[in-house]
Write a protein that binds this ligand. Structure first.
Ligand code: 5GP
Ligand code: ZN
Length: 118
């Protein structure tokens, strides 16, 4: 396994040491339902590699980030969110509201989203 952080909750979910409701997976990422959903659809797209946040991206991660965005769009499509729309969120750092220090994209859909976010 590439770059697993032993203390990281999402690394443990990726390694299936902690259970989660997987809805999608491929060689670079997994997707599972958020345990505390904020919309009818609330899925997290998580790279298998431990990258702490957007602020920790290195040049080698550029293709991975594109892959995660494409996976998010695929998960949205599978949840039939294309027509009415959806929101992707990447909380980053303390002021960004990030609580789990393993990069993830929130896929939120099934209700109207407000702007600006809180
Ligand atoms: P953040 O606040 O870092 O952007 O998002 C972390 C998300 O992870 C939160 O929406 C939270 O509900 C979710 N989460 C925290 N612990 C668990 C867990 O054990 N399992 C799952 N499926 N989601 C979790
Ligand atoms: Zn991790």
């Amino acid at each position: 396994m590439t770059g697993m952080a032993t203390d990281c909750l999402f690394c443990k979910i990726v390694a299936e040491k902690i259970p989660a409701m997987f809805v999608y997976e491929d060689e670079l990422c997994v997707a599972f339902a958020d345990i505390n959903p904020q919309a009818r659809t609330h899925v997290l797209i998580v790279p298998r590699e431990h990258v702490a946040s957007m602020a920790h991206l290195a040049p080698k991660h550029t293709a991975l980030v594109g892959h995660l965005m494409a996976a998010a769009a695929e998960v949205a499509r599978r949840n039939r969110l294309d027509e009415r729309g959806y929101r992707l969120v990447v909380n980053t750092g303390v002021e960004g509201g990030q609580t789990i220090e393993h990069l993830h994209i929130h896929v939120l859909g099934g209700r109207h989203m407000d702007w600006p976010p809180g």
